[in-house]
Write a new protein. Structure first.
Length: 545
């Protein structure tokens, strides 16, 4: 399969389209909007989890891997969705959360009740003397990574929320159970899987304190990770060439990322790596507000592009998802140059080597939420961090500035279909507030040839048309330039150039970069043709020779 000409569209069902007025998006809502996604040109629809769950982490706490959460609909709705997508030539990609399950899952409940078979599904250890947890590891959402089992001297590991108990992948029954779940959904016609935090499933043999950090170095790309993924591949999706998979791999290194995705390893089709997004918190603390470092962004993007190419690995190309702020607010300009910068960012990414993934609302340039009070936030991580910041004595001003830039809720506000009060998302009260800028940022302007939507459509169409985009090599250009990100793609003598001004001032493309015979393919400024030299604020061009 040519992964390079496929497009993934990510749907956060809770915030996509509500059809029954309860303020929560649902599967019928996705069905209602399939034509819209088709119009854009996507091939795969990645839906974040809609399985039965107490929703402490919006469905990433699965309580039953084989049933649809009633908030989202029924199995019949799901089957209808697969069928309706199929009629339009699109496939479903499900989100499989296999590092942990909800403590409400039958497995955990049986473990709690003392059933030894299910106790071994989890990572349960005795605490240290003095009532301390087994290690000093820190949960990704704050606090200890160990949950106390009442009435015992034992703890269970939870790298995320206390309601998300880590599964013990050393246990072959756990690995078998995960294969069975994937097979169950494949039989229902699912043709793609996104594996949640899958680079964390292999834990070390010995559980010890991390004297130099929060513990993540012991379990990121852990000792048996490749064996586990290979086994999952062989036992489920790997039997069908038509199925594509993507692993969420925050903090994985290049060597492992190549191995995860080189077809010879028979592990995954591609990964999401996040190195290019860590450029606005160089100190490692994501909550610290800092401007993004352009040089680091270029360096990370190109290093990964080139090394993955060399090693035969494959990446998904993305600017954000449901865990990251909106890119036009983060790296672009969500004010004066919102349209130009949104198109520029799209151009910069969609010319690269990989499989693009577009997050709902990105194609219309949606912005951060603009929340000003903690009562507007819903995300468990944000609420935890808020409490921690309060305890540390931060002022409200500092706290809201940080959350306003960084919270995951920034990308979770409802999809802006139209300019009415609830943006066409719901007739009821939305579970999280709609951004009032839906009055002027919504899908209704997509017929306009100069809309952001049309720009995405063109980029997608070019990728499908031109092998140099879907299969060509990547060569970075102007690596030291402080304003311009530029690269060349080449395939069998054909060359494509992508040139992007990442800032709000004008700049000039140095001489000698483009060959004499260049021809403009795409520009994000309508009207006057590009002069081959000067770049207006956030101007981005694609040129062929
Ligand atoms: C992934 C998900 C995120 C979730 C976490 C724990 O990072 O994308 O939303 O909170 O895993 O499952
Ligand atoms: Ca609903």
């Amino acid at each position: 399969m040519n992964l390079g000409n496929k497009i993934i569209y990510q749907i956060y069902p809770k915030s996509f389209q509500d059809t029954n007025g309860d303020g929560i998006g649902d599967l019928q809502g996705v069905i209602r909007r399939l034509d819209y996604i088709k119009e854009l040109g996507a091939d795969y629809l990645w839906l974040t989890p809609f399985l039965r769950s107490p929703q402490y982490d919006n469905g990433y706490d699965v309580a039953d891997y084989r049933s649809i959460d009633p908030r989202y609909g029924t199995m019949e709705d799901f089957e209808e969705l697969v069928e309706e997508a199929g009629k339009r030539g699109m496939y479903l990609m499900m989100d499989m959360v296999f590092n942990h399950c909800s403590t409400g899952h039958e497995w955990f409940q049986k473990a709690l009740a003392g059933d030894p078979y299910y106790r071994d599904f989890f990572i349960i250890r005795k605490g240290k003397d003095g009532g301390l947890p087994p290690t000093n590891w820190v949960s990704k959402f704050g606090g200890s990574a160990w949950g106390y089992l009442p009435g015992t001297d034992e703890y269970y590991l939870h790298l995320f929320h206390v309601s998300q108990a880590d599964l013990n992948w050393e246990n072959p029954h756990v690995r078998r159970a995960c294969c069975d779940i994937v097979n169950f959904w494949m039989e229902k016609g699912v043709r793609g899987f996104r594996f949640d935090v899958i680079n964390l499933i292999s834990k070390p043999d010995v559980y010890e304190d991390d004297l130099a950090g929060d513990g993540h170095r012991f379990y990121t790309d852990g000792p048996r990770i490749h064996q586990f993924l290979h086994e999952l591949n062989r036992g489920s999706f790997g039997r069908d060439d038509e199925v594509i998979t993507v692993g969420e791999m925050a903090s994985s290194n290049l060597e492992n990322s190549i191995r995860y995705t080189n077809p010879q390893s028979e592990e995954l089709s591609m990964i999401f790596d996040f190195h290019h997004l860590k450029v606005d918190y160089p100190s490692g603390n994501k909550w610290e507000v800092q401007p993004f470092r352009f040089r680091d962004l270029k360096h990370n993007l190109f290093e990964w592009q080139q090394e993955m190419e060399k090693g035969g690995g494959w990446q998904s190309l993305f600017w954000y998802n449901h865990d990251q702020p909106r890119i036009v607010s983060r790296i672009g300009d969500d004010g004066k140059y919102r349209v130009e910068s949104a198109k520029m960012l799209a151009t910069a990414l969609h010319g690269l080597r990989g499989t693009p993934c577009i997050y709902q609302g990105e194609e219309i340039g949606m912005t951060n939420a603009g929340f000003r009070d903690i009562s507007q936030y819903r995300d468990i991580e944000t609420l935890n961090v808020y409490n921690e910041m309060k305890l540390k004595g931060k002022t409200d001003g500092e706290i809201y500035r940080s959350l306003g830039c960084k919270s995951r809720d920034n990308s979770r506000t409802p999809m802006q279909w139209d300019g009415t009060e609830n943006a066409g998302f719901t007739d009821g009260t939305p579970w999280i507030e709609v951004n009032p800028n839906c009055a002027f940022i919504n899908t209704l302007d997509r017929e306009d040839p100069d809309s952001i939507f049309q720009h995405y459509k063109k980029l997608i169409a070019l990728r499908k048309e031109l092998p140099v985009i879907s299969q060509g090599d990547v060569t970075p250009l102007l690596e030291d330039d402080e304003k311009i990100l530029a690269y060349r793609r080449s395939l069998n003598g054909e060359e494509l150039y992508v040139i992007c001004n990442f800032f709000g001032g004008e700049t000039v493309l140095p001489d000698g970069i483009l060959p004499d015979s260049w021809k403009l393919l795409l520009d994000n400024y309508p009207g006057e043709a590009w002069d081959g030299r000067s770049l207006r604020p956030y101007e981005a061009v694609m040129v062929i020779s």
